[in-house]
Structures are given as structure tokens and as C-alpha cells.
Ligand binder design. Structure first.
Ligand code: NDP
Length: 283
């Protein structure tokens, strides 16, 4: 193996330490950062994610308020909860854990989060500001990817970046964040032709597909930075990325592992966004 591993655990710890220091400064000014998390239903994976977020908050000195609602909660009830949190000045960040039960319109709920408290960066206003280059909360996963790329010391400007995946929460914002840093960006998806050849041109390759081992070694340019966003549970019960790690590591200069990579950075970036939301109270 030739690639250096980008250590998500160490990097996430550094980002959380940065957030904790910022929280201390806010507390000295009388602002106690607070994140409210709404969890509807009893999806076990969502419950694990929410517990992780509360633990991260505790570690950074951020208050967390987890509001657990029954799976039968109506859209109106959920919107009413959001309205109350929106009006509550002691709550700086609001996050609705996805997915929501099928009877609830996810887009309508996300749109009801005030943009200045939208620490996931999923509201149309934040997505629009990301597109137009305005101040915004960047979604945590792609923001974490950028921090991981920057940690390698490479200059993103002028690099060929390829993002595989075009979801609103990962692929599209990752492409926009790379573009904002002057990379030349190509976005690939399920209709892309000659995907392997396009990937081979990438100095920076971001895989957000949701298919274990989708990016094979022959799709990686020698010396590339490979960021694996995928989290796929295999038949073996283990987590696998979208990249064939062993084969890609033979070619890449830098690569992220799964687990221990982007997932941890996503959690850390949520802490940074929550601090940013609280800092607005001091502006
Ligand atoms: P989505 O399912 O929303 O998007 C997947 C994207 O991959 C789509 O744009 C789809 O194309 C594209 N795709 C699917 N199959 C192919 C193919 N054969 N060739 C090319 N493109 C393909 O997933 P997400 O973006 O939400 O998540 C992607 C992965 O990242 C998942 O494994 C998810 O678990 C993981 N994830 C990890 C996070 C973390 O913190 N590490 C956070 C969020 C997600 P099309 O649009 O044409 O359908």
C-alpha cells in the first residue's frame, strides 16, 4: 500500500477541540450553545446517530435537547414543535433526524427550519446560499470531506475533482464546495457514461454512491486524494465504503478509511455548525 491514510478519528478530535474552545469563548460572553434534535419514530440506526450527536455535544460543552416523538406523530404536530424551537432563543441549532416516517413530507419539514438555525444545511435557503456563494451552513458531510482534503496539504485550486453521486446532502454540495475552492469539478451519477475513465482523471475523487466497493483500483489516478463517503453494511455485518480500499490505496496518495473516516468528520462538523449558529447571537 502506498497511500497515506487520512485519519478521520484524529482530525475529528481536532475539529471538536476547536469547537470546544469556541464554546468556551461563547460561554464567557454569556451564550450557552444549544442544539435541539428532533427524532420521530424508533428507527434503531437513527437512535444511534442521535445518541452520537448528544455525546459529541457533551464533549464540546454544547447543550443538547433531544426531543423524541412517537412514530405516529402527525406532520402538523412536528411543524408545531419546530415552530416552538424556532421561537426559542436559547436554542441555536435545530436538526431533524432523517429519515422521517413515510406519512410526513420531509421537504416541508426541512423548509420549516429557520435558515439561521439549520445546522444540517439542508434548507432551501442554505442550499441556495451555498450555490450563490453567500454565507451559509454547509452540509456537514461534504464540509467534512473538504477538511479531510485540506488536511493533506494539497492545494484544491486548479485540481480536477470528480464527485460520484449527486444527492442533495452529499454529492451536489460536495461539488459546490470544491468549485468554490476553484477545483474543476465533474459530477457523475447513475446515467454517466464512461464513469471509470472520468474517475481516472480525478486528482480528487469523492465517492458518495452507496454501493460497497464501487470504486475499484483501476478507477483511481496515481497520486489522487480519495474520499470515501459511503457507509454500507455488508453481509458480514461490517461497514464498508464505496471504495475498494486495498486496491485504491495502491494507487492513491491519500485515502480515507471506512469506518474511521468521513462519518466521524460529519459528526465533528455538526459541532462546528452549531457553534457558528450560536456565534450569530454575539454579532
Ligand atoms: P443517495 O442514494 O441519495 O445518492 C447516491 C448517488 O449515487 C445518486 O446520485 C446516484 O445516481 C449515484 N449512483 C447510484 N448508483 C450509481 C452507479 N451505478 N453509477 C454512478 N452513480 C450511481 O445517497 P447519499 O448521497 O445520501 O449517500 C451516499 C453514500 O454515502 C451512502 O453509502 C450513505 O450511507 C453514505 N453517507 C455517509 C455519510 C457519512 O457521514 N459518512 C453521510 C451521508 C451519507 P442518480 O442520482 O442518478 O440516482
Amino acid at each position: 500500500m502506498s497511500a497515506a491514510i487520512i485519519d478521520g478519528k484524529a482530525l475529528a478530535a481536532a475539529v471538536k477541540a476547536e469547537a470546544a474552545a469556541e464554546v468556551e469563548a461563547l460561554r464567557a460572553k454569556g451564550v450557552a450553545p444549544c442544539l435541539a434534535v428532533l427524532l420521530v419514530g424508533d428507527d434503531p440506526a437513527s437512535a444511534v446517530y442521535v445518541r452520537g450527536k448528544a455525546a459529541d455535544c457533551a464533549q464540546c460543552g454544547i447543550e443538547s435537547r433531544v426531543i423524541r416523538l412517537d412514530a405516529a406523530t402527525t406532520q402538523e404536530e412536528l411543524l408545531a414543535r419546530l415552530e416552538a424551537l424556532a421561537a426559542d432563543e436559547s436554542v441555536h441549532g435545530i436538526l431533524v433526524q432523517l429519515p422521517l416516517p413515510a406519512h410526513i413530507d420531509e421537504a416541508a419539514v426541512i423548509a420549516a427550519i429557520p435558515p439561521e438555525k439549520d445546522v444540517d444545511g439542508f434548507t432551501p435557503v442554505n442550499a441556495g446560499n451555498l450555490l450563490t456563494g453567500g454565507d451559509c451552513f454547509a452540509p456537514c458531510t461534504p464540509a467534512g470531506c473538504i477538511r479531510m482534503i485540506q488536511s493533506t496539504g494539497i492545494d484544491i485550486a486548479g485540481k480536477r475533482a470528480v464527485v460520484v453521486g449527486r444527492s442533495n446532502i452529499v454529492g451536489k454540495p460536495a461539488a459546490l464546495l470544491l468549485l468554490a475552492r476553484n477545483a474543476t469539478v465533474t459530477v457523475c451519477h447513475s446515467r454517466t457514461k464512461d464513469l471509470a475513465a472520468i474517475c481516472r482523471e480525478a486528482d480528487i475523487l469523492v465517492a458518495a454512491v452507496g454501493r460497497a466497493g464501487f470504486i475499484t483500483g483501476d478507477m483511481v489516478k496515481p497520486g489522487a486524494v480519495v474520499i470515501d463517503v459511503g457507509i454500507n453494511r455488508g453481509a458480514d455485518g461490517k461497514l464498508h465504503g464505496d471504495v475498494d480500499f486495498a486496491a485504491a490505496a495502491e494507487k492513491a496518495a491519500f485515502i480515507t478509511p471506512v469506518p474511521g473516516g468521513v462519518g466521524l468528520m460529519t459528526r465533528a462538523m455538526l459541532m462546528k455548525n452549531t457553534v457558528k449558529a450560536a456565534q450569530r447571537h454575539c454579532d
